[in-house]
Ligand binder design. Structure first.
Ligand code: PDD
Length: 288
């Protein structure tokens, strides 16, 4: 996006004019948090829960920005208005700021660095007509990330290495499992498994991000379908026997997987529960 407008520390500006010091702790230590909010036709999906998660990430790492929700809404709406494109992700990053010297401890009297930008994402696809039959290929990998995955930290090296390894395996994403062989998540998505008309997703703890799309999907299933929905551990073996596997995130929405470690998931065809949740998401996404 050449004409992109970004927001940095109180000012809107062309992206190529935004400059941050190399002494910023976000650069030196990955000492910051971030948020990604999808917006279609400039309407944000899940603004309230995304900002609530942003505030709790800030609290978790001891940064006090002091922005009320309405201030976020005003600035984000302005940023969206100043950028072109119908399907955009709004990216927000807050780092601890620029310290005069490199030191591990939190520096005193340093203002956080606040950066925001938009980038293009795909609009949610309607699968009802069965035309779009593309799905994701997954590779299983032991989760080698840090132990506080519930914080939306900018320290994403573990996630980046997992994702790149999936690309090196010529697949789309990885399915991560912990030392007890229980699924945690994918490198940048939550995971759902459908088996015998029951829908499972791992329970929230420090091994996974409390995804906003995950929460929306759980709510939609409970409100609009009769499927039994369970936040419950899923073993890798259970996942191999799944009827359907979905990955959810703010940029992928609900994406279905078709293979795991080279084997088809069930018959590899589009799942009936997937078609339902996908159309519920398309219909009700702005209610969140
Ligand atoms: N990633 N798990 C991880 C590790 C993630 O990075 C993400 C999102 C999710 C899904 O969360 P949500 O539904 O709130 O987007 C789960 C974003 C999109 C990213 O890093 O770009």
């Amino acid at each position: 996006m050449t004409d992109a407008t970004v927001y940095l520390n109180g000012k809107f500006m062309p992206q190529n004019e935004a400059m941050i010091s190399p002494l910023d702790r976000g650069f030196l230590f990955g000492d910051g948090i971030y948020e990604v909010i999808p917006a279609y036709d400039r309407k944000m999906v899940g603004f309230g829960p995304h900002i609530a998660r942003l505030q709790s990430s800030l609290t978790a790492i001891g940064i006090n920005l002091g922005w009320p929700d309405e201030k976020w809404r005003t600035i984000l709406s302005e940023l969206l208005a100043q950028n072109s494109g119908d399907s955009l992700a709004v990216y927000i990053q807050v780092s601890r700021g620029v310290s005069p010297k490199r030191q591990h401890g939190f520096p005193d009297n340093v203002e956080p660095t606040l950066f925001m930008m938009c980038y293009a994402i795909k609009a949610p696809v309607n699968y009802d007509d069965n035309n779009n039959n593309k799905g994701l290929a997954l590779v299983s990998q032991q989760d080698l990330r840090w132990r506080q995955c519930h914080i939306k930290s900018t320290s994403l090296l573990g996630n980046v290495l997992h994702y790149q390894s999936s690309q090196d395996h010529k697949v789309d994403e990885c399915l991560l499992y912990n030392e007890g062989n229980q699924i945690t998540e994918a490198s940048s998505c939550n995971v759902f498994v459908v088996k015998d008309n029951q829908v499972f997703t791992p329970p929230l703890d420090s091994q996974l991000l409390p995804g906003i799309t995950r929460a929306i999907v759980l709510d939609l299933l409970k409100k609009h379908t009769d499927y039994q929905v369970m936040e419950q551990n899923i073993s890798l073996e259970h996942a191999r026997l799944a009827d359907e596997i979905w990955l959810t995130s703010s940029t992928k929405n609900i994406a279905r997987a078709i293979t795991l470690d080279g084997e088809n998931i069930a018959d590899g065809k589009i799942g009936k529960v997937y078609i339902q949740i996908n159309s519920l998401f398309n219909k009700f996404k702005y209610d969140y």
